[in-house]
Every structure is written in C-alpha cells, then in structure tokens.
Design a protein around this ligand. Structure first.
Ligand code: AMP
Ligand code: GLY
Length: 433
C-alpha cells in the first residue's frame, strides 16, 4: 500500500525508517520530509495546512494511509478533513487532539473521570489567579492554556516568581496564549515532586495498547541547566517505569482516558504520549501529547520488533484488541545535535560533513531533523538538526556508542549535550540518580 507521512523532523525520519521496512508498504511519500527521509521516501512539496491539497494528492497517489507526525496538523483538523474525504489517517481528530492542544481540557477531563494529576484551577484574569497563588503558596506551577511550544509553563519555587509568571502570562509579552474552548487561559496547579517519564500507548478509540517508555532531556545544557528545549536527547526504556508502574499507568491513566474520550463521543485514535510524574503515590499525569515524541520516537522505533505499519493500520481500523507490540530488550539512546544558538537563535546554513561512515556502524542509526541540501552540501536548517541513536545492552553501552558516532561528525556549527542518559547510567552504577 502507499503511505503518506506528514512532517519533516527527526521523529518523522524515525517513523519513515520503520515504515519503510514494512512488508505491507508499496511506496512511502513524505511531506515535506528532509534529506535524510529522502533515502527511504519520495518527498512531496505539499503545503500541509492546505487540507484540500493533501486530499487531492492522496487521491492522485492512491494513498491508503496518512500518518501525521506533528501536533499542529492534528490540532488544525487534518485528520477530520481526510476522514471526510474517505482517506484513512493515523492520528486524533481536532476535538480529540485537545488532549494536547488545551491543558484546561485535559485537566477538566482528569477531574471528571478521576485520572490522577496535580490539583488545579483555571483562570481567565490575572487578579483572581494571583489571589489563588497567594492562598496556595509556593512551589506552584503556572501554565498557559494551548500550544505554547514548551514556553508556557513556569514551575515557580517562590511566591514572587509565581506572581510574576501570572503577570507575564496575562501581559502582551507572554507566550501566545491560545485560549481553550470556554476562554479560560491559565491553569494553576499543585507542584508534584518525583521522577519524570514518558509513556506511549496506541488507542483505537476503544482499546489501548501499551507501547514503550522513555526519558527525555528538556534543558539545553549538561546537568539539566539552561533554557527548556524541544528535547536534547532521550533513552528507552525508562528504568523508573517498572512493569508494575506500567500496569498502574495503563489502569489509572491511559484506559480511563480512552474510556472518557469515548464517553464524550469523540473517541481518541492515535498515539497517547503521557508525560508522567512518578510520585510517592504512583504515576500522575503531567500532560498529554497526541503524537509520538521527538526525540522519543528516535529511541522507540529502533526497539520495536513488530511492524509499525501493521500497528498503525490496526489503530485506525479499531483492531488493537487482537494486537500486541514487542520490543527488543536493548536500550536505545539518542543524542540530539543542535545548531549553535539553539533554542533562542539557531544559526542556519552551517555545513555538516563526516556522515558517510555512520551508515556502516553497527547498532547506530542517524536520523535527520533540521537539515537541508544546498549546493550539493548538507547544511543546518533548523534548531535541532541531527539525532544519533545507538543501541546497547546497557544505557552506558548505548551512550558510549552514540557519542563515538557523534564524534565522527564534522560540524563546527553544531553542539550537543554530553550527558544524555546520566540519570540511568548513575543508576546502573548503583549511585543515587
Ligand atoms: P508541560 O508542558 O505541562 O509538560 O510542563 C513542562 C515541564 O514542567 C514538565 O516536563 C515538568 O518538568 C514541569 N511540570 C509541569 N507540571 C508540573 C507539576 N505540576 N509539578 C512539577 N513539575 C511540573
Ligand atoms: N520530547 C518532547 C516532545 O516531543 O514533546
């Protein structure tokens, strides 16, 4: 069958890599893709915000399944428009994508259906929000509703910081606050302490199938310092997600969410990516994303034993009840190489060399994110540019293999964190993480 993958980052390269290995695949297209994806898919210059153009392309290219990588097209209703045109698409509808697109929607759903998360209130104006902050005290967490590219969350350790965050969010200088359906625009929630983990599950609207776990590194600098980013590296599995913790997450968080969305008349079909805090009371939901993680997909895909395309079609067709997903025991670890200046002002256009030898390395996979071809050379064309993924029997082994590959890359315009996996490596050594 012919498949169209929407997106062009490292996550989509990892998905394209896995899809291209499927015995069910005839031809893979990707819009817009990137030079790395071009090795396994035909790139299509489609404006994916023009849903009619996407539908038109799908008809012409006899596309049987569209796989949507990033959240923006989901929130914009691409899947609704493909559904209406009779074209199968993997990913939630616009309504169901509110699980990611609106923090207020998700918090209300958790409250209404008893899903464990931090207690919260929503506010539409600064003064009542500040009164609530004063009454609750610090630490406390202030979040803008809507997609704010990771910039809409302030974990305030002091009261002053919390009050400042409220003012910032309601001022014109704050992140673009996309307001929820009912206009409330800030969520204030209790601070949770614990270790964070990412959990992935497929949902066909009725049945949830657990996939795998991962841990991301959101800060730009070694030792988890500096500003937040989209993610500087990840590894899978997350050691904190023991089989018992996975079962609790499925029973307390994922299955109730799938049932809640069905009860609301908007079944969720696609991948649920739960950002979890593993507290002393067990797993609690920090947030949902309604797509694969980036860079988490770059560590999930190399560990997946089963056919990705079969699983995605099973999700769209409501067949997950009869399906399973098996994973290699090996650890996968990915190092994100970013353009100097990321996340504030990544420098574009610097030349990247030395990638030729990487393909021959055993247990190493290179995924492209923000790359482009210019005058026959590969150049940086975004913030996060390359992802070097390696497998190993331990986190330490995968880490050593990934950095050995990173060190072969000749890219003076780029940088990476040198400590991806530090927490898990410390654990393997028996040190406190
Ligand atoms: P979010 O965009 O909701 O995932 O929040 C971004 C980051 O803020 C999370 O990855 C956590 O590190 C932190 N965070 C969010 N909510 C809380 C909370 N209630 N307690 C502690 N940390 C939080
Ligand atoms: N790695 C964070 C995200 O995909 O949202």
């Amino acid at each position: 069958m012919n498949v169209l993958l929407v997106g062009g980052g490292g996550r989509e390269h990892a998905l394209a890599w896995a899809l291209s290995a499927s015995p069910l695949l005839t031809k893979l297209y990707c819009a817009p893709g990137n030079p790395g994806i071009a090795a396994v898919a035909e790139l299509v210059a489609l404006d994916v915000t023009d849903h009619a153009a996407v539908v038109d392309f799908c008809r012409k290219a006899s596309i049987v399944l569209v796989v949507v990588g990033p959240e923006a097209p989901l929130v914009a209703g691409l899947v609704d428009d493909l559904d209406a045109a009779g074209i199968k698409a993997f990913g939630p509808t616009r309504f169901a994508a509110q699980l990611e697109g609106s923090k207020g929607f998700t918090k209300d759903l958790c409250r209404d259906f008893g899903i464990p998360t931090a207690s919260y209130e929503r506010f539409a104006a600064a003064e009542p929000a500040k009164a609530y902050v004063r009454a609750q005290g610090a630490p406390i967490v202030i979040k803008a509703d809507g997609l704010a590219a990771g910039k809409g969350v302030v974990v305030a350790m002091t009261l002053d910081e919390a009050l400042g965050a409220v003012d910032m969010m309601f001022s014109g200088d704050g992140p673009a606050i996309a307001s929820g359906e009912d206009g409330a625009s800030v969520v204030i929630e209790a601070f949770m302490s614990g270790e964070e983990a990412s959990f992935f599950a497929l949902s066909d609207g009725e049945t949830a199938l657990a996939l795998a776990t991962a841990q991301d590194h959101k800060r730009v600098g070694d030792g988890d310092t500096g500003p937040n980013t989209g993610g500087m590296g990840a590894y899978s599995p997350a050691p904190v997600m023991t089989p018992e913790m996975i079962e609790r997450t499925m029973a307390d968080i994922i299955r109730p969410t799938v049932a809640a969305m069905k009860a609301k008349g908007h079944p969720f079909k696609g991948v649920l990516y739960a950002g979890l805090m593993i507290t002393s009371d067990g797993p609690k939901l920090i947030e949902y994303n309604c797509r694969f993680g980036d860079p988490e997909a770059q560590v999930l895909m190399p560990r997946l034993k089963d056919d990705l395309l079969t699983l995605l079609i099973g999700t769209v067709d409501g067949q997950l009840k009869t399906m399973s997903a098996r994973w290699h025991d090996d650890v996968a670890l990915t190092v994100v190489m970013a353009a100097k200046g990321y996340p504030d002002k990544p420098q574009k256009g610097t030349v990247i060399r030395g990638l030729e030898g990487l393909a021959a390395l055993d247990q190493v996979e290179l995924f492209h994110a923000g790359t482009a071809l210019k005058d026959g050379e590969l150049v940086a064309n975004g913030g996060r540019v390359l992802n070097v993924t390696a497998l190993g029997a331990t986190v330490a082994e995968a880490q050593a293999r990934a950095y050995a590959a990173v060190d072969r890359i000749d890219w003076p315009g780029g940088f990476c964190r040198r400590d991806i996996g530090w927490r898990a490596v410390a654990r393997e050594r028996g040190e406190p993480a």
